[in-house]
Design a protein around this ligand. Structure first.
Ligand SMILES: [Cu+2]
Length: 492
């Protein structure tokens, strides 16, 4: 997964000349853990063998280095991002999580269609400090192939732990990978994540309460833990970039100099027809799979993060006014031109909804401490009792907010009644966007995380398939989630 650095660029944030700007590779040698399992310590990639994935992730605070000095990073197996996990549809997955942190944690299998209960995608579990838990589930044989996201989801700690470095990509291989043109492409998984600088600065000049209210962004923009890694493409070649926004709150607006990005999958699902894009917006938790053709004059081209103003910033915090370089695409060699696929995988229309529900996302001032205890978590927030609510209520793990029937289909109106953007995420079942601000979506696509801008209203449709149990929906700006923007869904 990690591409050798061709050229390092230190971001224009007063960090020039501070030397190595690498998070992941530096941590490679620092892994001290040796498990009884057949995994090389410090491996960048862990996969399944013979239909069984036997995986282990150790969450710990690891000494590392960021531009500006030494820093403590939160890592899986000594790495941030954690090792790339690679499994096949139909695999039996056993994943032992060991918690070497000083606080509770757990795992969420973001985007996977697996049970939300027991040892599945159960975010109500607590793995205490020094404890461990074995997540065990089987992926259906027809589970969508795609890019998924493993990250901590312990309410009150999610944002701190993701912002500190915990998270990693999970690839499920399947039908999309067998399309000949897609199979012929070379592939890079790019985990996009911003870090606070070594002195802990997220957004300079703002109190912690305000940072958390907006959602913390860091000034160091990394790809697979590196600043400006190189990506190689031959003339005529096809490169499949699998993009994951693993940031706490940062929304990326991506563009590749001189090239269009040809979208083939959104979140965890292929689309029906490839779609050429000049730029791509990726909110936290969102993924996109794009093909890039090596059809330009050989040279170097930057993968850029274009300026994006999150709603509600009102001039506060860092909003870059110039494109920032994330990675560099370098031409090397040539091959006979590889074609783009013409069609991908049909996305069937969901049945007509049996009912429509409305979810209003907002913030609330001056909430009583009793009501906000769950929302505040361990982080504290200052700002005089400000939190976030869905339909007027902050998260309470002991309250069921929404009850649905197994196999039923519903439309959900996600209404952002706030002044901030709120990327909406539903666990376990993917959804389709029906309309945005009353305008129908051009192409059906599978989503599990969706940017909903301030003031916007989006209609999504979801069928609650296969699994009963309790799960959640929430804002994937994880500071907002920890501050209460989450609801409990019971599927009966
Ligand atoms: Cu939010």
């Amino acid at each position: 997964m990690t591409t050798p650095l061709r050229r390092r660029q230190v971001l224009g944030l007063g960090l020039a000349g501070l030397g190595t700007a690498v998070v992941g590779p530096l941590l490679w040698d620092r892994v001290q853990h040796s498990a009884a399992r057949a995994q090389p310590a410090g491996a960048t990639r862990l996969g399944s063998v013979g239909g069984v994935a036997d995986l282990e992730l150790v969450a710990s605070a690891t000494p590392g280095r960021l531009p500006g000095g030494p820093a403590t990073l939160l890592t899986y197996n000594g790495r941030s991002p954690g090792p790339l996990l690679e499994v096949n549809a139909g695999d039996q997955v056993r994943l032992l999580l060991r918690n070497d942190l000083q606080e509770p944690t757990n795992l969420h299998f973001h985007g996977l269609h697996i049970p939300p209960t027991g040892s599945g995608d159960n975010v109500f579990l607590t793995v205490p400090p020094g404890g461990s838990f074995s997540y065990e589930f089987t992926l259906a044989k027809d589970h969508p192939a795609g890019l998924f996201y493993v990250h901590p989801h312990h309410h009150g700690h999610s944002a701190d732990q993701v912002f500190g470095g915990l998270g990693g990509a999970l690839v499920v291989r399947g039908n999309l990978d067998r399309i000949p043109e897609v199979a012929a492409a070379s592939e890079s998984v790019l985990v996009l994540k911003d870090f606070a600088s070594a002195d802990g600065t997220a957004e300079a000049g703002m109190g912690m309460g305000m940072e958390r209210m907006l959602g913390r962004e860091g000034p160091l923009l990394t790809v697979n833990g590196e600043l400006n890694p190189g990506l190689a493409i031959p003339s005529g070649g096809l490169l499949r970039l699998r993009l994951l926004n693993a940031s706490n709150a940062r929304i990326y607006r991506l563009a590749l100099e001189g090239h269009r990005m040809v979208l083939i999958a959104t979140d965890g699902g292929a689309i029906a027809t490839p779609e050429a894009l000049d730029e791509l917006l990726l909110a936290p938790g969102e993924r996109a799979d794009v093909l890039v053709q090596g059809n330009q004059t050989p040279g170097s081209y930057r993968l850029l993060n274009l300026p994006y103003q999150r709603s509600g910033h009102m001039g506060m915090g860092q909003v870059a006014d110039a494109p920032q370089t994330l990675a560099t695409l370098n031409y090397a060699g040539s091959v006979a031109p590889l074609p783009l696929p013409k069609t991908l995988i049909p996305v069937a229309a969901l049945p007509q909804p049996e009912r429509t529900r409305r979810f209003s996302l907002a913030h609330a001032m001056g909430m009583g401490m009793g009501g906000m205890q769950h929302g505040m978590g361990g982080g504290g927030m200052g700002g005089g009792g400000m939190g976030f609510v869905i339909n007027g209520q902050p998260f309470d793990p002991d309250r069921i907010d929404t009850r649905v029937s197994l196999s039923s289909t519903e439309d959900w109106l996600i209404v952002n009644d706030d002044v901030m953007d709120h990327p909406f995420h539903l666990h376990v079942n993917p959804f389709q966007v029906i309309s945005r601000a009353g305008r129908p979506e051009a192409q059906r696509r599978w989503k599990d995380t969706l940017q909903v801008k301030a003031g916007e209203e989006v209609r999504i449709r979801v069928t609650f398939k296969d699994f009963t149990g309790r799960t959640v929906y929430h804002c994937h700006n994880l500071d907002h989630e920890d501050l209460g923007l989450m609801g409990v869904l019971q599927i009966d």
